[in-house]
Design a binder for this molecule. Sequence first.
Ligand code: B1M
Length: 210
Amino acid sequence: MVSLKEVADNLIKGQAVKVKELVQQAVDEKMPADKILQEGLIAGMDVVGTKFKANEIYIPEVLIAARAMQAGMNILKPILAKSGAKPAGRFAIGTVKGDVHDIGKNLVAMMMEGAGFEVTDLGTDAPPEKFVAAAKEKNIQILGLSALITTTMPIMRDTIIALEKAGLKGKVKTMIGGAPITQSFADEIGADGYAPDAASAVDKAKELIK
Ligand code: B1M
């Protein structure tokens, strides 16, 4: 019988092939997919997030762990979709218009997926209308906005104004982040949350939809 602790431990070490093998074995043994997700993949990713916040591991290790998570998720996703298991929340993230930096955004998306959120990736150079459309069409609970250059920070404000105009402010929470972003900027533009890194983004998202 597969040990889910072994799944988590291999995910933390970034052993994608082993994670894939163990998850497939657990599925073959008829272990429920949401149990494998929660106690194997998400449990492992939680540890990765904690270690990342404590500076015990760095971005490359997180990316490698996220790849291992993805390997396991690829097996579980179709099963979870059929079983109708509820995600932790619905999250969409994009890098704002004029900005093509996506490494941090992808990291946040991976950590959110690792925490059980259904994630829609709006890509880079995303205009306010794209965020508003996603919020409406996908019934998003939290919109994540990433910006890496100071000149694209005002687009975050524009996006929040566009949400307001669409009557979605308050209904859809906004979280912002990226190297030049601060809590005081988030307060200034009326964003619901700010997170300095990918692991904190997960904590903030959980707090926002509590
Ligand atoms: Co660009 N770049 N770049 N760049 N680039 C910076 C950001 C810069 C600081 C470099 C510098 O001059 N020192 C500078 C911005 C200066 C400023 O505005 N003050 C800069 C510039 C100027 C530019 C160009 C304008 C250069 C040019 O063409 N003249 C151009 C911009 C093009 C455009 O966007 N329109 C440009 C282009 C590029 C590349 C394409 C070459 C490449 C991007 C590749 C890619 O992303 N696919 C690139 C890179 C790699 C960088 C640096 C070196 C690294 C950025 C990065 O990926 N960091 C960067 C300098 C630096 O930071 N040392 C720089 C790692 C990443 C994991 O961190 O994205 O901060 P970060 O994400 C963190 C947190 O911020 C947070 O979580 C992540 C992980 O913990 N986070 C969130 C991010 N988003 C979040 C969202 C959240 C919550 C947390 O909630 C939703």
